[in-house]
Design a protein around this ligand. Sequence first.
Ligand code: ZN
Length: 362
Amino acid sequence: MSTPVNLDTIRLVPKVLLHDHLDGGLRPQTVIDLARAAGYAGLPHEDADELGRWFAAAADSGSLERYLETFSHTVAVMQTAEALARVAAECVEDLAADGVVYAEIRYAPELFQEQGLTLDRIVAAVQDGFRDGERRAAAEGKRIRIGTLLCAMRQNARSAEIANLAVRYRDSEVVGFDIAGPEAGFPPTRNLDAFEYLRQQNAHFTIHAGEAFGLPSIWEAIQHCGAERLGHGVRIVDDIKVDEDGSVHLGRLASYIRDRRIPLEMCPSSNLQTGAAKSIAEHPIGLLAKLRFRVTVNTDNRLMSHCSMSSEFAALHEAFGYGWADMQWFAVNAMKSAFIGFDERLEIIDDVIKPGYAALLE
Ligand SMILES: [Zn+2]
């Protein structure tokens, strides 16, 4: 008898997450606690449930100002080393409890300097928190490993400095670099010096591209900047034509991305909030997975999108009928695309992911 696919059973299988923002995944109660400790009076609610609902509603509102306001609160309460370490440790605990076995968590260190923390102090505090979270999860019998991605904000001009920071901490589980923030008006090529430096250093990076903005952003990220993965990459569907008889034609960029197995870090719920897709059922992930692009499933901002890896898969199961074999495929895709070493990726695939699905696939 096959195990039914639902939120509870999905939580039990191993999942791999490549795209999740540290400042988008706080527990509502932690936001309240940290605001109190910091004397921050700007929160719209003092009750955790109400605050959680407010975050989701603001992110859902379709208003960019309200969406950005949510991050102004989380960032405001993460300005001390203690706060950063706590948020990082809880992030690991929450992911482990959800059955995530490997995750790459990203954040922009430059956002946490309002009270004078140095970039090095910020990175050290977050790394301490991640290690602490891994230990706490292990004590609960959960195996999880966290790699860190350092982001530079597109609208600031600090990408070279942050790329250098990522390289300096590469032996302390900082596994890569990313640029985040508004796509429109800030093409990835503005940061070419950072990407060239990273490539010279044999370092890894992904780029947020093709979420709200179209194909030129994706093309630049891959062909000009040399991104190994695409953050979202949803708009690649604009280069795919499906005829009425169901036959599919890939343009040259879409072909290149599929042929080269370039990973797409897709975040279905988050994309609905930013308007990149109308519903999960209409989300391009269905077509792209069917065409065997290197698709991965991610959460982006668990607090704002009120989601987890398991809830994303439950929604995809509803929309596309994905079963255990599909979920294993997504997990293996993500693990193959991770920025840790090849042998380490293989070990997690063979020793953790495959055994985790084996009984379900019999
Ligand atoms: Zn993102």
